[in-house]
Design a protein around this ligand. Structure first.
Ligand SMILES: [Zn+2]
Length: 96
């Protein structure tokens, strides 16, 4: 469910399975986190699948250039933005 949400919102993420990934399990333990899923956003940690909190913390998402498919990071909640692709210089509008 969480994965689907992240994909739907164009949020880049790295999935780690604590039941097979020892380093990931250690990291949770180090931070004293007992619940999964846990989401690391920069220095912030969200335990449990809290959509509102996640969206609040994640201030950028990946947007694909319609011309060359380069992925670029655009801020969120800024209304309509004109973005210029760094690769092919195509300008396009995104609603954030
Ligand atoms: Zn492009």
């Amino acid at each position: 469910m969480a994965k689907k949400f992240l994909v739907q919102n164009n949020i880049h993420f790295e999935e780690r399975n604590v039941s097979v990934d020892y380093a990931a399990a250690q990291e949770l333990q180090k931070r004293n986190i007992r619940g999964v899923p846990a989401f690391f956003v920069g220095d912030d940690v969200i335990v449990g699948f809290d959509q509102a909190k996640l969206l609040q913390l994640i201030d950028h998402r990946l947007q694909q250039c319609p011309q060359c498919s380069t992925k670029l990071r655009v801020p969120v909640n800024k209304g309509k933005l004109e973005v210029k692709c760094p690769k092919c210089a195509t300008k396009f509008e995104v609603t954030t």
